[in-house]
Design a protein around this ligand. Structure first.
Ligand SMILES: NC(=O)c1ccc[n+]([C@@H]2O[C@H](COP(=O)([O-])OP(=O)(O)OC[C@H]3O[C@@H](n4cnc5c(N)ncnc54)[C@H](OP(=O)(O)O)[C@@H]3O)[C@@H](O)[C@H]2O)c1
Length: 339
């Protein structure tokens, strides 16, 4: 193969742009790159010193590519992913549209890569789910997790480029003593903490919280009973999670640290004596999931507390998507239409 023939749907957005960075950083061989967005508008994206014209999605001829990353929201995936698949294209979907569909694998390659099977569409989980299951998987394999309670502190880039502009704009308004005008979020995000990430739903949990619960169950198995509180904080990049875990088996802290240290894509950042803990600023631009504050619960013998931080745009979106592409390629060969 001389290189992948790739389309990026939503190439002008935060995830699309981060996909380009990751493809570059991982030196992925590419023979065709098609950048798709809502409208072309004479726009270009930059990739490895080349200016690539942005093309309108509604006129895409899917025969030009073998793999398509969808990073433009549920409605776009709903309408165009089936078209791409009918042309034999492998779809790696960053939206939540197909994640919980029974026939669609929901994959974090380090955790459940074998779930890829022979599906032409593979869903990539929500950003908060990806970092959580990467941190939990080695613990689950070794000690059997029975219960998880997670509270997230999610960056505004998780909502997309308009939310990043909103935090910048509102911060300036605050510092200038001007009236703050919320648009993306219903209340100001600058200098604030929002105890919800999106709309409220069943049992007063938000959609983001239900995604964490259901997606983690689909990936780790139904024995892991998980509850979540998802919170938006005025951080640009990097989701943080305070995680409480109960296990079926006993462990020592030394064993637990060792298990985390050897977990794929996990980096243990835990030296409380020297004040070393994971932070979003340290996670930004990296592909590892930083795990720290490793400690036993004060009351529950098999209770563990962790603080888990990752770059939501890279590890939580683009890097996972590119890793899925590599896994599919190893299994089937991308461009091989026999499956
Ligand atoms: N941000 C994260 O951390 C994160 C993590 C995991 C998953 N995701 C998911 O990834 C997707 C993209 O998120 P994002 O943060 O990159 O959003 P974003 O920064 O708002 O970018 C949205 C992108 O989608 C394109 N788009 C929107 N409507 C379209 C349409 N009708 N036809 C074609 N293209 C269209 C936009 O193109 P134009 O420039 O033409 O408007 C833009 O390229 C969403 O499904 C999101 O849920 C995001």
């Amino acid at each position: 193969m001389s290189g992948y023939r790739i389309a990026i749907v939503g190439a002008t957005g935060l995830v699309g742009q981060t996909l380009l960075e990751v493809l570059h950083d991982q030196e992925v061989p590419i023979s065709t790159l098609v950048a798709l967005a809502r409208d072309a508008g004479g726009r270009f994206i930059e990739f490895q010193g080349e200016r690539i014209p942005v093309e309108p999605l509604d006129r895409m001829d899917w025969r030009r590519v073998d793999v398509a990353f969808f990073a433009a929201g549920n409605a776009v995936s709903d309408m165009y992913a089936p078209q791409a698949m009918r042309a034999g294209v492998t779809v790696i979907d960053k939206s939540s549209r197909f994640r919980m569909d029974a026939g669609v694998p929901l994959v974090v390659p380090e955790v459940n890569g074998s779930a890829i099977g022979d599906s032409l569409i593979i869903a990539s989980p929500n950003c908060s789910t990806i970092q959580l299951v990467i941190a939990l998987a080695p613990i689950h394999r070794r000690f059997g997790i029975t219960r998880v309670v997670v509270s997230t502190y999610q960056a505004v880039s998780g909502t997309g480029r308009d939310a990043v502009s909103e935090l910048e704009h509102q911060t300036r308004q605050y510092l200038a003593g001007a009236q703050v005008t919320p648009e993306v979020y219903p209340v100001p995000i600058a200098h604030n903490v929002l105890a919800f990430c999106d709309n409220f739903g069943e049992a007063d949990y938000t959609g983001e919280e239900w995604k964490l619960v259901r997606e983690s169950e689909k990936i780790l198995g139904q024995n892991v009973k998980l509850s979540a509180t998802a919170v938006r904080v005025p951080v640009y990049i990097g989701h943080s999670e305070s995680v409480y875990v109960e296990t079926g088996d006993d462990w020592s802290l030394e064993e637990m640290r060792q298990v985390l240290k050897t977990g794929p894509s996990v980096r243990l950042v835990d030296d409380p004596g020297r004040g070393v803990v994971p932070t979003p600023l340290d996670a930004a631009g990296r592909d590892e999931v930083l795990v720290g504050r490793v400690r036993r619960d004060l009351h529950e013998e098999r209770g563990l507390h962790l603080f888990v931080v990752a770059d939501n745009l890279r590890r939580g979106a683009a890097t996972n998507a590119v890793d899925i592409m590599r896994s599919v390629h190893q299994r089937w060969g991308i461009g091989d239409q026999s499956r």
